[in-house]
Design a protein around this ligand. Structure first.
Ligand code: WTA
Length: 635
């Protein structure tokens, strides 16, 4: 029996039982057998969810980039590590071998050092999906700098907030980016953000679109000339197992985005192990995850997980709709993709364009299809299964979170029988449970409740940067001694899990988590707005879209409502990013409130979803009459 590579269902159950009964022995064996250490641990696990404090591989020393790169050089130097597919299909793809990756990461690491970056410093990476993005991430890890990647679709305000929260001293960016037929002025966005970021000393700029940009003397430098001068050898810095590897921001239901902190050894082991098994990756397979490295999916399953396994990982710069909606399938054919990992929102968008653009390409190389980011609805599941997988490639519906670092509940392809819309069984080492609202665990099958995890796993986030108290309150206070995910789930008659969605005020739009509070704050800053409330409503492609109820200061506001709608969306774009724009904006005279003044979002959600017959008792509201008026004016 191999603990590292699970090949059939019986083995899954055996290994799972071992991972739960003797978690320390189990993870110790995986760690011993498959990774390079500079020093072994004194203890495998110490934990206390009441603080909460979790330590994996106490006092072990290592560097994750030696595991991602150096240890492959003996056998895989000329194997492609990163396969870069540009936005424009006529531009040639780049095959970056492990040897070349090693040289480029080391050069970049030397540049960082020369520019004064030290172990523990935070570096913000605001780079589009080009090789420099993965290379800069690894270069930070090489010297022990903590990377904080910010998705290069975020606005300057969102970027500035994240830079300041982590107190970054450097930004790595590009002159601009390609996105389908458009270009984006990334450096302009950075310049605007940096007006509000006194902590930034240096900006390194990669050249991608050759646009004319402003370079601020003493602060901004072109990357390439620095790289050209740098040595291709850079000793990896020795890191403690629990030294932070990166910070990645995710939206909460209220307040500032949360800078989730992931540490080195546990994250390494768990992302490597899940990648190997959940994709059944075999040497010479070509693996493609369509996410952006700006999200956790890209961190764990474009960069770290694949490289830790010596895999070939595709990095795609473009979008699924350019030059047409067949682009994904054209790439699958061109590079003979074996494992393909995407989001339900992309599947729905492509399904809308029929099957002609799928049938045009040879997809016979595909062996595993993945889904992540939100529940996959039955229709999308079947479309994916029938038209992309031709009913031969199992779909792995992988449930996990920025906070969990790696996949938590997912089928293992060719091992776990799949079931549409079910994430199925917990991954090795994961102990999920369902809780009722009174804090009691729901035992047995055919139950539905709040999804929690009972026991630590190696890649869990250790804290929120600069705010451990918030970490404790958000994840470890709702249920004693358990990590609370914020999701609801049900367990069916055979013990399979189905995620039913968020139980808090986070709305998932096209796979992106959006907190309602920051969007409402952005709207409320508009001079004409008095108050607002955002809810999600079902949307064919995005899964959920945003519906805003807005109260104007002057109810008789004479200005054109369509113009106001545009201004409100513009304000949201600037404060958060275009992904947070509202699909519908209804101007209303009031919002339904409880007697204590709390907005009754449940009612607003039902109205937005056209479930008016099912509003429940509204008579106890402070202002029950407002409900009818909102219904009458519904968009
Ligand atoms: C949701 C993405 C149902 C869930 C890796 C979770 C899912 C949030 C699934 C985390 C899935 C993710 N089925 N829901 N397969 N995968 N989610 O932090 O609500 O961007 O809490 O991490 O997405 O989103 P995040």
């Amino acid at each position: 029996m191999s603990n590292y590579h699970i090949k059939h269902l019986e083995e899954y159950y055996q290994v799972y039982r071992k991972s739960v009964r003797e978690p320390e022995n189990f993870w110790e064996e995986v760690a011993e057998e498959h990774f390079l250490w500079r020093k072994k641990w004194d203890a495998v696990l110490e934990w206390d969810f009441s603080k909460p404090e979790v330590t994996w591989f106490k006092n072990a020393k290592l560097n994750i980039t030696e595991n991602c790169i150096d240890r492959h050089l003996a056998t895989r130097a000329h194997k492609t590590a990163i396969l870069f597919e540009p936005n424009n299909p006529d531009e040639e793809a780049q095959h970056i071998t492990y040897k070349e990756l090693s040289e480029r990461v080391n050069q970049f690491a030397n540049v960082l050092k020369e520019q004064g970056v030290k172990k523990g410093d935070r570096v913000c990476i605001y780079v589009p999906m080009i090789p420099e993005l993965a290379i800069s991430v690894l270069a930070c890890a090489r010297i022990g700098a903590i990377h904080s990647v910010v998705f290069a679709g975020f606005s300057s305000t969102a970027l500035a907030t994240r830079i300041n929260d982590a107190d970054c001293k450097m930004v790595i960016t590009a002159d601009g980016s390609y996105r389908g037929a458009k270009t984006i002025d990334l450096k302009g966005i950075v310049d605007e953000a940096l007006n509000k970021c006194p902590c930034i000393e240096t900006v390194l700029v990669a050249k991608r679109i050759n646009s004319k940009i402003n370079m601020k003397q003493g602060r901004d430098q072109w990357l390439q000339p620095l790289l050209d001068k740098a040595s291709t050898i850079c000793d990896a810095t020795t890191m403690d197992a629990e030294d932070p590897l990166f910070i990645l921001y995710t939206s909460g239901s209220t307040g500032m985005p949360k800078g989730m902190v992931h540490t080195t050894a546990g994250y390494m082991i768990y992302t490597a192990y899940t990648f190997k098994n959940a994709f059944q990756y075999k040497e010479n397979d070509v693996y493609w995850c369509t996410a952006d490295i700006g999200w956790i999916t890209g961190h764990s399953y474009i960069v770290y997980g694949p490289l830790l396994n010596g895999a070939t990982t595709v990095l795609f710069e473009g979008v699924p709709s350019y030059p047409d909606f067949g682009r994904f399938w054209q790439i699958v054919e061109k590079h003979n993709i074996n494992q393909f990992y995407t989001a339900p929102t992309a599947i729905r968008a492509l399904a809308k364009h029929g099957t002609e653009l799928v049938d045009k390409y040879d997809l016979s190389s595909l062996k595993v299809l993945g889904s992540v980011g939100e529940p996959i609805n039955e229709e999308a599941w079947h479309w994916y299964n029938d038209n992309v997988g031709k009913k031969k490639s199992p779909i792995i519906d992988t449930w996990w979170q920025t906070e969990t670092g790696g996949m938590m509940i997912t089928p293992i392809p060719y091992v776990t029988p799949t079931k549409p819309t079910y994430a199925t069984l917990p991954f090795i080492g994961i102990q999920p449970c369902l809780m009722d609202e009174n804090g009691q665990e729901l035992k047995g099958n055919q139950v539905e409740g709040r999804l929690c995890i009972k026991y630590p796993w190696p890649s869990m986030a250790r804290t929120i940067w600069g705010n451990h108290q918030r970490y404790k309150e958000t994840y470890f206070s709702a249920f004693q001694n358990k990590y609370f995910t914020g999701d609801g789930a049900l367990r069916d008659e055979v013990g399979y899990y189905r995620i039913t969605g968020r139980v808090d005020d986070v709305i998932i739009v096209s796979g992106h988590n959006l907190g309602t509070a920051p969007i409402e704050d952005a709207i409320n800053e508009h001079p004409a707005v008095a108050e607002s409330a955002i809810v999600g409503f079902p949307h064919d492609i995005k899964g959920s879209a945003l519906y805003g109820y807005v109260i104007l200061k002057d109810a008789g506001e004479s200005r054109n409502h369509d113009n106001l709608r545009k201004e409100i969306n513009q304000a949201i774009s600037e404060k958060i990013g275009p992904i947070a724009k509202l699909d519908k904006i209804q101007f209303s005279n009031g919002l339904p409130k409880t007697r204590s003044g709390k907005i009754m979002r449940r009612i607003l959600r039902k109205i937005a979803a056209n479930e008016m017959d099912n509003l429940g008792d509204v008579s106890t509201l402070l202002n029950p009459e407002i409900v009818q008026s909102i219904i009458d004016n519904k968009l």
